[in-house]
Write a protein that binds this ligand. Structure first.
Ligand code: NAD
Ligand code: AKB
Length: 315
């Protein structure tokens, strides 16, 4: 049996912290090397190896992969939708070149598996709004969405042409309490919990009826690990899998929070992120993931809300 050595790039981010901790539980603390451009997240400190790494520096990345005997890479470094619109060139550059650097090194060093997340942001205003299928019209309007869609086809290309076993999920908006979100359009669904607990009010940057696909972080971590552990023969999609768990609007999440904090009030002041949200589907059809590798979500809006509030109250 091969002894896995895993490199997580972007490990100090919203997903990276929780994914690194989950991988360390499975593969052993010392076999999961966390890396990021910024400093090590407090929650990772003392739990395993950490290296400072810029994914744009291909030589340094290559050196680390060899030095650490890496067999799998999880690439999480990216600029998300809202931040990407403020600096489109930088977002394109990081999101594309970072991926190409990893895919090239994976090919050269015969890395056993690569994980790279895509997003519901690949979809655009011409995609179906309800139960958006795996294969459909895809015309993204954000630089983030364009980079994710191009990235999906680079993954497919490296798989077809060079047999790199790269796997991907189109995450919806992810909700979590352990580490802060990194500049997305769906970040309101995290901010709202913090403000509800601290201020009992929240001014939302999306309007009340903006439905978006969302997922609680434990489900996202479970999906990622299940996809990566599935037999290669079960993976029919080498661009990126649709996955989904729940869809709700700001009005609905506010109502769910009010069950626990009756005095909570929400107001609405939509900004540039409204256009981004309006371009995305309201719900996603993930039947291909469910059929191929048995994906099943656990958390809906009510279960997630209860868990978020309990955990934030205890931190
Ligand atoms: P994040 O912004 O919280 O974390 C990204 C991390 O990458 C940060 O810690 C950042 O310091 C690091 N990073 C940035 N530039 C780097 C570089 N040059 N070299 C090394 N590290 C660098 O993002 P996240 O929410 O954890 O997202 C991770 C991945 O998942 C991204 O590809 C994102 O597009 C995707 N995704 C996230 C969501 C979500 O809701 N969080 C939804 C869909 C897809
Ligand atoms: C964002 O809002 O940019 C992310 C995503 C859905 O990719 N959360």
């Amino acid at each position: 049996m091969i002894r896995e050595r895993i490199l997580v790039i972007g490990a100090s981010g919203q997903i990276g912290v929780e994914l690194t901790l989950a991988l360390r539980k499975i593969y052993g603390n010392n076999n999961v090397v966390a890396s990021d451009l910024r400093e090590e997240n407090d929650l990772l400190k003392g739990t395993g190896p950490y290296v400072s790494l810029d994914v744009m520096n291909k030589e340094m990345l290559h050196v680390q992969v060899i030095r650490q005997n890496i067999t799998q890479i999880y690439l999480l470094a990216a600029i998300l939708s809202a931040t990407g619109e403020k600096n489109p060139n930088l977002a394109w550059h990081l999101n594309m070149q970072g991926l190409l650097n990893v895919l090239d090194i994976a090919r050269e060093e015969k890395i056993y598996k690569v994980y790279w997340p895509s997003s519901i942001a690949v979809f655009g205003p011409t995609s179906p709004k309800q139960n958006c299928p795996q294969q459909t019209i895809i015309e993204p309007i954000t630089v983030y969405g364009i980079s994710k869609y191009a990235g999906e086809f680079w993954c497919n290309y490296y798989h077809q042409r060079f047999h790199v076993d790269v796997r991907s999920l189109r995450y919806p908006g992810l909700i979590s309490y352990k580490s802060a979100p990194g500049g997305g359009t769906t970040d309101y669904a995290i901010e709202i919990f913090h403000e509800a607990l601290e201020e009992k009010k929240y001014q939302c940057f999306l309007n009340e009826d903006t439905y978006l696909p969302m997922m609680y972080m434990p489900d996202a971590i479970k999906a990622t690990i299940e996809l990566m552990e599935a037999p290669a023969a079960n993976i029919s999609i080498r661009t990126s899998y649709n996955i989904s768990a729940m869809s709700f609007s700001p009005k609905e999440i506010a109502a769910a929070i009010k069950n626990y904090i009756p005095e909570f009030n929400i107001s609405y002041e939509p900004d540039y992120r409204q256009t981004i949200a309006d371009s995305w589907p309201q719900s996603i059809d993930d039947s291909v993931a469910r059929n191929d590798w048995g994906w099943k979500h656990e958390y809906d809006l009510l279960k997630m809300t209860k868990d978020m509030l309990e955990n934030l109250r205890n931190t």
